[in-house]
Design a protein around this ligand. Sequence first.
Ligand SMILES: C[S@@+](CC[C@H](N)C(=O)[O-])C[C@H]1O[C@@H](n2cnc3c(N)ncnc32)[C@H](O)[C@@H]1O
Length: 252
Amino acid sequence: MGEAAAVWAERQEGRGVPPEILAKADTNPWHHEVRDFAAPTEPVDTPSRRAALELLGTGGTVLDVGCGGGAAAFALVERATHVTGADQQQDMLDAFATEAQARGVPHRTVLGRWPDIAAAAGTADVVVSHHVLHNVVDLPPFLLALTAAAGRGVVVEMMGEHPMAWLDPLWERFHGLHRPPSATTDDAVAVLRELGIEPAVWRWERVAPPRQDPVWVTRRLCLPATAVPEVGAALDGLVRPRLAATLSWPAG
Ligand SMILES: C[S@@+](CC[C@H](N)C(=O)[O-])C[C@H]1O[C@@H](n2cnc3c(N)ncnc32)[C@H](O)[C@@H]1O
């Protein structure tokens, strides 16, 4: 493993929840809720959408890795001739399929963990993967499989830091758990460079206010529902960052 990939892996492992805390949690803090990842009816104009539309040109196929409800793929429907959604959660794929039908876009879904499902997912002109990198520890195989699946290019969107890093002071306060620094966009770019890939990078602020409600944060912190008021009070002093980045590179 290269140096940058090792830094990424170490920082991602530092995000883990110790087993003794996890054992007491009422719900799985890592589970992604479908309702949080519904594709907007009208696509938001972002650098990620613009980069993918440019790669699509007058039209082409799209593979959305870690698709959730398909926000990345369905932002491209005007030029996508076919969309494939790949995700490790079946409920996300169900939402993706329902949305594709509603929008009249030919589609298929593939269940499983990327890159294990790369062969089943096949290739597409444009591969998009939004807000998935911070879920990955071993980044090189993930990125290489994205590149190999793309006929024209790849567009990745990610937050500047791990999307839960802003809660680190609350891990310290409620669990006495000190977390190491988060992996960053620069760390991901360094891994790409180590793989011989030089991505175009845009840094920008997300418009939609990201979720910050006390019930959701309490679950994320593996705390019981009785802690909601205290978590709510603690949240008053914290702001969830909106800094995002788009990374795009041509097919290999
Ligand atoms: C934060 S959500 C983002 C969903 C969507 N891309 C969006 O931007 O709204 C991350 C999604 O990636 C999926 N996921 C995470 N790691 C994955 C992996 N290695 N392979 C496949 N899906 C993955 C999760 O199940 C979840 O649906």
